[in-house]
Design a protein around this ligand. Structure first.
Ligand SMILES: C[S@@+](CC[C@H](N)C(=O)[O-])C[C@H]1O[C@@H](n2cnc3c(N)ncnc32)[C@H](O)[C@@H]1O
Length: 234
């Protein structure tokens, strides 16, 4: 319905487009909930299936928590940090030493966007990035830098995946991050399947103290945050 008054008409058109956008968002949210599994992704079982690579590990506490529940299979787990050895925290150094004792190699200075350069031969059954986040907020190619990081990581991870290999990314469940990461589009861009989404319960990972990008000793999470793991396949 249009009126004779052009201002009223343009206001009406704006309201219609706002309404269409709100309906689309509600439908996408509904779809996301339908696609969300009830059970968390079983990292321990998945990591026991074959060579596993953890990237951007920060203080290495997730790697340590996983390795300590893998028994002798811990030797198949490679834990990596983006920072060089001289730039990691004392907590990370201590965790690295404990990982080595469990048989898990630890590597530093590994860029999640260029895994194929660092791992030209090994093919991984599982590649994991927990809470990817770049320190910068400066846009890259006009996009949020975390949006770009996810895409480049997925594309690179695909190059180092074994047959039937999987890529897992855990993030905070929020409309803000849904928009930033656009996981389904990122998967298509990187040539991976649409992800399955699982809840992530920190209680399942004893001694994992999620670290902040800016301060390795500080958690970026608040207690009420809902977390989820996206799992991609080729
Ligand atoms: C929020 S912290 C999470 C750290 C750890 N994964 C955890 O869950 O505690 C984000 C991490 O992403 C890492 N990171 C940022 N850009 C990266 C890149 N290009 N390759 C690998 N790691 C990266 C940072 O070094 C930082 O450790």
């Amino acid at each position: 319905m249009l009126f004779g008054d052009p201002i009223l008409n343009s206001e009406l058109l704006r309201l219609r487009s706002d309404l269409a956008y709100a309906r689309l968002k509600a439908r996408l949210l509904d779809l996301k909930h339908k696609l969300t599994e009830r059970e968390p992704f079983d990292f321990v079982s998945a990591a026991k299936e074959g060579p596993t690579l953890l990237v951007g590990e920060g203080n290495l506490s997730f790697a340590l928590s996983l390795a300590s529940r893998m028994g002798s299979a811990a030797s198949m787990l490679k834990a990596t940090t983006y920072e060089t050895r001289s730039n990691i925290s004392n907590v990370a150094k201590n965790n690295a030493a404990r990982l080595s004792k469990l048989g898990s190699p630890v590597l530093h200075g590994v860029d999640a966007r260029r895994l194929e350069e660092r791992f030209p031969v090994t093919r991984f059954k599982l590649v994991v990035f927990q809470f990817p986040n770049v320190a910068s907020r400066r846009p890259l190619h006009g996009r949020n830098p975390n949006h770009v990081l996810i895409r480049r990581f997925l594309r690179s991870a695909r190059h180092v995946l074994a047959n039937n290999g999987r890529v897992a990314i855990t993030v905070i469940d929020s409309p803000h991050y849904d928009g930033t990461f656009s996981m389904h589009e990122a998967a298509a861009w990187a040539g991976l399947s649409p992800p399955r989404i699982h809840p992530f319960w920190t209680g399942d990972h004893p001694s994992y103290t999620h670290s902040n990008t800016q301060d390795e000793n500080e958690s970026a999470l608040v207690r009420q945050d809902k977390l989820q793991t996206y799992v991609f396949e080729e």
